[in-house]
Ligand binder design. Structure first.
Ligand SMILES: [Cu+2]
Length: 276
């Protein structure tokens, strides 16, 4: 019984912690079913051909082959139909993943930058906007390649080579708020894969690629780099930490506080002391 449950578990989907994860599982099942239909179809065709053209029935080779167009047309039809199904399903899911979610806001964007061999994140500060970023400006002192000649960058919150914290916020209608992650890389191609969130997106230098998901469960989920990105690829681990709304507010407030200039912080502390 243990063996059976172990086998079932090995062939089951991992836990889903994103609202739309079920759709991804549906896509995986649909593609596998389509492949199964094609596999069985071709297997039947192969067996029929073996039987029909067996040596005992056809002692002499017929070099002209089959003249009827039925077989050729059926094969071409099957190829076109299966390609069409794959293209339609792919376009549907591509739209689903790249289009902005209905509740998109600039303030909920997290800009994640990959490098050999770590993940870092940048969040909009109190102004709700992220500063401009350019690959040409990336250096040890400016790992995100921030363009300091443009506005909005000063109050941005940075998390270097640590957990990427995102909030799990439940809407009144029972749905969950979306999180948008803009992915980029400072060196080579990496891949941001978080299985429980059902996201897997290549991270390409010079490009900013958005992905969306709606976390439904608090927890710490491993980011696996799914592109061989160098000799340290195997140790390129990161984590997406999904926290509830209260923990998110606390964390974000503390990070914003860290960004404030020392003078501003001491004024705030004195004001609080006065109140006490
Ligand atoms: Cu990697």
């Amino acid at each position: 019984m243990d063996l059976l449950s172990g086998i079932i578990k090995a062939f089951s989907f991992p836990e889903v912690v994103s609202q739309d994860g079920g759709e991804v599982d549906g896509l995986v099942i649909a593609v596998h079913l389509l492949m199964l239909v094609l596999f069985v179809g071709w297997l039947i065709y192969y067996c029929v051909a073996l039987w029909k053209f067996r040596a005992t029935n056809n002692p002499k080779a017929d070099y002209k082959g089959v003249k009827s167009k039925t077989i050729t047309n059926s094969i071409e039809g099957a190829v076109i139909a299966s390609e069409l199904v794959l293209v339609v399903v792919a376009i549907y899911f591509w739209n689903f993943y790249v289009n902005e979610p209905s509740d998109f806001s600039e303030a909920s964007v997290v800009r994640v930058t990959a490098e050999q061999f770590a993940w870092s994140a940048r969040y909009p500060g109190a102004d709700g906007k992220l500063g401009a970023q350019s690959k040409t400006l990336v250096s040890a002192a400016n790992p995100f390649g921030i363009d300091k000649s443009k506005p909005y960058w000063e109050d941005d919150v940075e998390v270097l080579k640590s957990d990427i914290v995102v909030p799990m916020i439940k809407n009144e209608d029972g749905t969950h708020k979306s999180v948008t992650i803009d992915l980029t890389s400072t060196d080579v191609i990496h891949c941001f894969k978080v299985l429980p969130l059902r996201v897997c997106q290549d991270v390409i230098p010079g490009m900013r690629i958005p992905i969306h998901f709606r976390p439904t469960k608090v927890g710490r989920y491993q980011i696996t780099c799914a592109q061989l990105c160098g000799d340290g690829h195997a140790r390129m681990k990161g984590a997406v930490k999904v926290v509830d709304e209260v923990a998110w507010e606390e964390w974000y407030k503390a990070e914003v506080e860290k960004k404030k200039p020392a003078a501003e912080k001491s004024t705030a502390t004195t004001a609080n002391d006065d109140k006490a």
